[in-house]
Design a protein around this ligand. Structure first.
Ligand code: 2AM
Ligand code: CA
Ligand code: CA
Ligand code: CA
Length: 264
């Protein structure tokens, strides 16, 4: 595998996919629901994934692809060999309602190890990528390593459901956390929340349930600036199943999870 050629090829795929999405703003959009009334998918999600899958397979038919919308039509039950993880539009609700704050996410794993991660904020035209061991970049500019900070100066990405009594987590700890932090944010796109941590605009991001394609690229980018990713019970991230997730500045990761988050 010629890694540089594949990297250049992936950059052209993701930019072209972004250009197609920007053009779609002038066409009629068809919206359906998936698991519940707020879980949206559009024809553009499906068309974008189909486009990316076609391009990947044009490069090498043997590449396996795990995409949110299932356009590669294959079951991925192991991470052996080369596996691509594709989220054609991360933040579909933002795409539909705000026409911004969504991203395309593509990651390349080899035998379960993340080799390259790409997240393209389509409307801001900000393309983040990282190659394992070679640093993380935004539009060609290298991202700085994260600096340590105390929890009471941290901005943390959590959505408002965390602040309500809910069946997943002990309420008191979360309320204590919210009062301890400098602030909270909710962007509505897991990939953009992860790059916000990688760029130091936020210091952690937590979610009750994310899928492999939501986090696959982001954890590679985050790792290159020193951020740590895990489940909320501090296990290694599993890229075959949905699970809880946290990415954080390493100076607050263990304290945040250990002292404030008790899963039920
Ligand atoms: P998506 O837009 O690709 O579905 C906020 O909703 C974030 O959580 C988005 O990154 C969204 O990705 C992700 N997410 C994961 N599972 C979801 C679900 N069942 N419903 C809505 N959003 C989901
Ligand atoms: Ca979705
Ligand atoms: Ca997603
Ligand atoms: Ca999606």
């Amino acid at each position: 595998m010629d890694r540089q050629a594949l990297h250049d090829y992936t950059l052209t795929i993701i930019k072209e996919a972004g250009e197609r999405i920007r053009k779609s703003f002038f066409e009629t959009m068809y919206i359906e629901t998936k698991s519940d009334a707020n879980d949206l998918v559009t024809n553009i999600d499906k068309e974008t994934e189909a486009f990316i899958v076609k391009k990947i397979h044009a490069y090498d038919e043997s590449f396996r692809i795990l995409g949110e919308e299932g356009m590669a039509e294959e079951e991925i039950s192991s991470l052996e060999g080369v596996v691509w993880m594709v989220d054609p539009i991360d933040g579909t609700m933002n795409f539909v309602r705000q026409r911004r704050n969504f991203a395309i996410s593509i990651a390349i794993y080899v035998d379960g190890v993340g080799q390259a991660g790409y997240i393209y904020d389509v409307v801001a035209d900000e393309l983040y990528f990282a190659l394992k061991g070679q640093g993380a970049y935004m539009n060609g500019q290298r991202l700085s390593p994260l600096e340590a900070l105390p929890l009471n100066e941290a901005i943390v990405g959590i959505n408002a459901v965390w602040a309500t009594p809910n069946p997943s987590v002990e309420h008191e700890g979360i309320i204590k956390l919210i009062h301890t932090l400098r602030g909270t944010r909710s962007l509505g796109s897991a990939t953009l929340e992860i790059v916000a941590v990688a760029t130091g605009r936020m210091d952690a991001y937590l979610s009750f349930r994310l899928s492999p394609w939501d986090i696959a690229a982001g954890i590679i980018i985050a790792q290159e600036v020193g951020a740590v990713s895990s489940t909320l019970d501090l296990n290694a991230v599993n890229l075959l199943n949905q699970d809880t997730f946290i990415v954080a500045n390493p100076s607050i990761h263990k304290e945040l999870v250990g002292d404030y988050i008790t899963l039920k």
